[in-house]
Design a protein around this ligand. Structure first.
Ligand code: ADP
Length: 393
């Protein structure tokens, strides 16, 4: 093929790709399609997308053809002192034949991703005059990146930016619509209670009960708002996982201590079984703590008087696992497939036990952000067991 034919072929493929991108509103799928299209079009060894976090003034890897999710989660790139940062600030493409000789190169990334960057081409992703990120390809096979590659990647980049923005807006409006729907019940109850409080015929006892109602609904709104924000942040992919090595037994003991007064209130005993020589695990300690607290809290909330909540820790291949077992009401079989959906609550517990239906969705996001899995086993009226599996490294 001569140069003109190659160009035409490139544009033909680009048209196919843009149809594909315009029809995808799932952000993860979309980003993966963009990176594989970028490496295909430019015959590059690997391609990646870094999204820009304006508040933190840094970029973070969000999709790459050569990196898995857990590796990417920990990779942030500063705005100053990186080629991607230069692209964001200058809003221009950068085509660099020898990255090692370029002072802007953020060299420390190579240790983490185990790939040597020789040549690099990057373009800014700009939509509505806002830079949302950078699309990069590295190491063109058998040659240097050409002007045609720059042009192709720029066209792909501008379509990708619009598709990313659309997916984000769609997702936000979806989530917000569900959130607003969930606000209606507590707001209606507060509205009714205040209306009744204003009526002179209410007895002192009735007033007390209404004030109590307003108080508990306000607490519920508060929890709903912070859980919603947590989940929205996790789902947007903007959460940075701060990995460290830590002692799991100490973390679990800390969680039990936090939940102790709630367990005492409900007459529940908690127990922990962990082998004494259990190795340190590598994960985001605060986020794992959030998962454990949520599972313990559910184990207590959905338990019976004088029940038990046990935590059992073990190793399985290259993973560690934690099971939280309770002796409570259990979960009906038909509810099991919906348990990790946002705002889902088993009907029998609605109205009896306070909750938002967001806790398990948050757990699932955090666990899969670590490259792990969460599963549930339960027999109705015979308790439930939630188990998380997380890679040791
Ligand atoms: P919340 O507890 O705030 O409602 P979750 O997302 O943590 O939200 O849990 C979703 C639903 O799953 C709960 O409303 C409850 O019906 C059910 N559930 C969770 N954990 C348990 C458990 N240990 N035993 C029985 N049901 C549970």
């Amino acid at each position: 093929m001569n140069r003109n034919e190659m160009r035409l072929e490139g544009y033909r493929r680009l048209i196919d790709i843009s149809h594909d991108l315009a029809s995808t509103l799932d952000l993860d799928i979309l980003l993966n399609r963009i990176v594989s299209a970028a490496s295909d079009l430019t015959e590059a060894e690997a391609a990646s997308i870094l999204l820009y976090d304006e508040a933190a003034r840094q970029l973070y890897f969000q999709a790459a053809t050569n990196l898995d999710q857990p590796t990417m989660r920990g990779l942030a790139v500063p705005l100053d002192g990186s080629i991607a940062g230069w692209i964001v600030v200058n809003r221009k493409p950068a085509c660099i034949p020898d990255v090692k000789a370029d002072s802007r190169h953020f060299a420390s990334i190579e240790k983490q991703v185990h790939i040597t960057t020789k040549s690099l081409l990057g373009v800014p992703l700009i939509t509505k005059d806002k830079v949302v990120g950078v699309l990069e390809v590295i190491n063109k096979q058998h040659a240097d990146f050409t002007d045609d590659d720059v042009e192709l990647l720029q066209v792909l980049g501008s379509q990708a930016a619009v598709a990313i923005e659309n997916a984000r807006l769609f997702h936000q409006s979806d989530l917000i619509a569900e959130f607003v729907h969930e606000l209606r019940t507590p707001l209606a109850s507060i509205g009714t209670a205040t209306y009744l409080l204003l009526r002179p015929e209410m007895s002192q006892e009735q007033r007390q009960s209404m004030i109590h109602n307003i108080h508990s609904e306000t607490l519920r709104l508060n929890t709903l708002a912070s859980s919603f924000l947590d989940l929205a942040r996790l789902e947007s992919g903007r959460v940075q996982y701060k990995l460290s090595c830590f002692n799991l037994a100490a973390l679990l003991a800390e969680c039990m201590e936090i939940m102790q007064s709630k367990a005492d209130e409900c007459h529940i005993t908690m127990e922990l079984e962990i082998p004494p020589d259990f190795p340190e695990v590598k994960a985001d300690r605060d986020k794992i703590k959030q998962v454990v607290l949520n599972l313990l809290s559910n184990g207590i909330k959905y338990n019976c008087q004088n029940g038990r909540v046990n935590m059992l820790v073990g190793l399985e291949g290259k993973e560690w696992k934690l099971s939280v077992y309770d002796t409570g009401t259990g979960i009906p079989i038909k509810a099991l497939p919906h348990l990790f959906q946002k705002f889902y609550r088993v009907q029998a517990s609605e109205g009896k036990v306070a909750g938002t239906g967001l806790g398990l969705s948050i757990c699932k996001q955090i666990v899969s952000g670590h490259g792990g899995t969460i599963e549930v086993e339960s027999k109705y009226r015979h308790g439930a067991t939630f188990t998380i599996h997380i890679p040791l490294n």
